[in-house]
Write a protein that binds this ligand. Structure first.
Ligand SMILES: CC[C@H](C(=O)O)C(=O)SCCNC(=O)CCNC(=O)[C@H](O)C(C)(C)COP(=O)(O)OP(=O)(O)OC[C@H]1O[C@@H](n2cnc3c(N)ncnc32)[C@H](O)[C@@H]1OP(=O)(O)O
Ligand SMILES: [Co+2]
Length: 135
């Protein structure tokens, strides 16, 4: 597993993109809406070998990000780890006692398959595991 991205929940994507560009000195390389998750994401590359940043803004009033923002406001939302075989990793994590939030991986942004673990089984940190989708 390697840290692939850090997810940051934001209320206003345009404002947050402008702020991050000022901070990093580089812009987003991709915006992508994942309707199933009720989010629009905006990605920033890390330095060589470093994790990306993923701004995650709510689409609509009822998704997980809007609920998170209502409760906690903007901030670091999740850590995403890349694995080579998400199915095998999900089996391994289940065996090791982690609570998976889904039975099967689902399409994520940035050409990934994703699965989330409940934060109560990961020391209060929402964890996403992801695998690059083979074309
Ligand atoms: C997939 C597209 C993109 C990508 O990378 O490709 C993304 O990353 S999209 C990211 C948005 N999608 C998700 O977050 C999906 C997984 N999340 C969920 O299923 C829910 O948000 C869940 C189950 C983590 C929480 O939902 P629930 O309805 O149970 O909300 P509650 O507020 O009642 O939370 C219960 C409990 O969990 C704590 N919590 C919630 N969110 C987080 C978080 N991000 N980090 C840490 N802890 C979190 C919350 O505080 C509650 O704890 P409690 O002690 O009971 O207060
Ligand atoms: Co993510």
């Amino acid at each position: 597993m390697r840290l692939e991205h850090i997810g940051i929940a934001v209320s206003n994507l345009e404002e947050s993109e402008a702020l991050l560009e000022k901070l990093l000195g580089r812009g987003s390389y991709k915006r992508e809406t994942v309707a199933e998750q009720s989010v629009t994401t905006s990605f920033y590359r890390g330095g060589a070998g470093e994790a990306k940043l993923e701004l995650v803004a709510p689409e609509g009033a009822t998704g997980p990000i809007q609920k998170y923002l209502d409760k906690r406001g903007p901030g670091i939302h999740h850590l995403a780890f890349e694995v080579d075989d998400i199915h095998a990793e999900m089996r391994r994590l289940r065996r090791d006692g982690f609570e998976l939030l889904q039975e099967v991986p689902t399409p994520g942004a940035d050409n990934k398959l994703v699965c989330f673990l409940h934060p109560k089984s990961t020391n209060g940190v929402l964890v996403e595991i992801c695998q690059s989708r083979r074309e």
